[in-house]
Design a protein around this ligand. Structure first.
Ligand SMILES: Nc1nc2c(ncn2[C@@H]2O[C@H](COP(=O)(O)OP(=O)(O)O)[C@@H](O)[C@H]2O)c(=O)[nH]1
Ligand SMILES: [Mg+2]
Length: 332
């Protein structure tokens, strides 16, 4: 893309053009050579948005909650960005279409920007692209950025860790509380929501979660209790009936306040920026290697030797790190 055009796009986005924003999102998603310049250009404008992750099993009602929260945020005269990623549905059919219909009322609202992320096969690619899209929404001056993921894999956990507040959404079904522990969702939740509270078993689920949280608190080493702690709320909602959503919005605001007051927000963001650096290096190295693998017979042989068990992966990795492969991989 011509230099002029990219500057123009950035300028137009800066003056509120949603068309420019969408085009810039496509560029970062495609991972073209412009990504570096885009991220560099928007870096000074980052940090305005309060980012919220919404995760949980498929069908738990995440999209419905995001929809309801968006309505409340708009009523409070805030602008909203929504990012949905769902790697389990590789075709932009069912799930996305459903989201689109559900979010239909917001599509015409200029204060809401909605983006569904395309599935990417490459390791770490989706998480990276999602973070970049969230940054663009932040630079676009969205007050809130909501990101919806299905809480299963590494990508989803990576994305959730990159948000200020994580809502873990569950439904009153047997076995879910065990799943929470397994999926590592317990570690990342700032707010628990039991959605579909119109169904049987919601109360039971809430009690289970509360007990699990109490256990977690009582296991905390004594020294750590001195600092103010966030008490993870367990909320009941009925997203489709608009029940419990104002309370959820309030809990989000309380958590935001909690993070801001104790300096925790800045601490989290500091760690996150450093984590992002590590993740980007990791991703770039891996990508360069796999790209190079197709072009370079020597590297291909090295992989073959390791694959066949004739060369140990450790020595091979030392060879790779000393080689020129990593330096001439094109733009970062
Ligand atoms: N009974 C009931 N159904 C709900 C509730 N919230 C969402 N649903 C329905 O559950 C299905 C999945 O919701 P969706 O928001 O797409 O879930 P997601 O996959 O987590 O994004 C949809 O048919 C919703 O209408 C609720 O509170 N009660
Ligand atoms: Mg959904």
């Amino acid at each position: 893309m011509a230099r002029q055009t990219l500057s123009q796009l950035l300028e137009n986005m800066g003056s509120g053009s949603a068309v420019a924003l969408a085009r810039l999102m496509t560029l970062v998603e495609r991972e073209g050579r412009e990504v570096g310049r885009i991220l560099e250009a928007i870096a000074p404008q980052l940090g305005h948005a309060f980012t919220i992750g919404v995760t949980g099993p498929p069908g738990a009602g995440k999209s419905s909650l995001v929809d309801g929260l968006t309505t409340l945020m708009r009523a409070a005269h805030k602008t909203v960005g929504v990012v949905a990623i769902d790697p389990s549905s590789p075709f932009s059919g069912g799930a996305l279409l459903g989201d689109r219909i559900r979010m239909g009322q917001h599509y015409l609202d200029k204060g809401v920007f909605i983006r569904s992320m395309a599935t990417r096969g490459s390791h770490g690619g989706l998480a990276r692209a999602t973070l970049d899209v969230m940054k663009l929404l932040d630079a676009f001056r969205c007050d809130y950025v909501l990101v919806e993921t299905v809480g299963v894999g590494q990508t989803e956990l990576d994305v959730m860790r990159a948000t200020d507040t994580v809502i873990v959404t569950l439904v009153p079904e047997a076995g879910d509380s065990v799943q929470v522990m397994k999926a590592g969702l317990m570690e990342i939740a700032d707010i628990f929501v039991v959605n579909k509270a119109d169904r049987d078993g919601a109360q039971r689920m809430m009690t289970d979660l509360s007990l699990m949280l109490e256990l977690k608190y009582s296991n905390r080493p004594a020294g750590q209790t001195a600092a103010p702690q966030w008490k993870i709320p367990v909320l009941a909602t009925q997203a489709i009936n608009n029940v419990g959503l104002p309370e959820l919005f309030e809990a989000l605001e309380s958590h935001h306040q909690f993070l801001a007051d104790g300096g925790e927000l800045e601490r989290r963001r500091t760690t996150r920026r450093q984590e992002e650096l590590l993740a980007r290096v990791e991703y770039a190295v891996r990508r360069r290697l796999t790209d190079q693998l197709e072009l370079d017979p020597a590297l291909a042989r090295l992989f073959e030797e390791v694959g066949a068990g004739r060369l140990d992966p450790h020595s091979a990795s030392e060879q790779v790190l000393r080689s020129e492969f990593l330096k001439n991989g094109g733009e970062l």
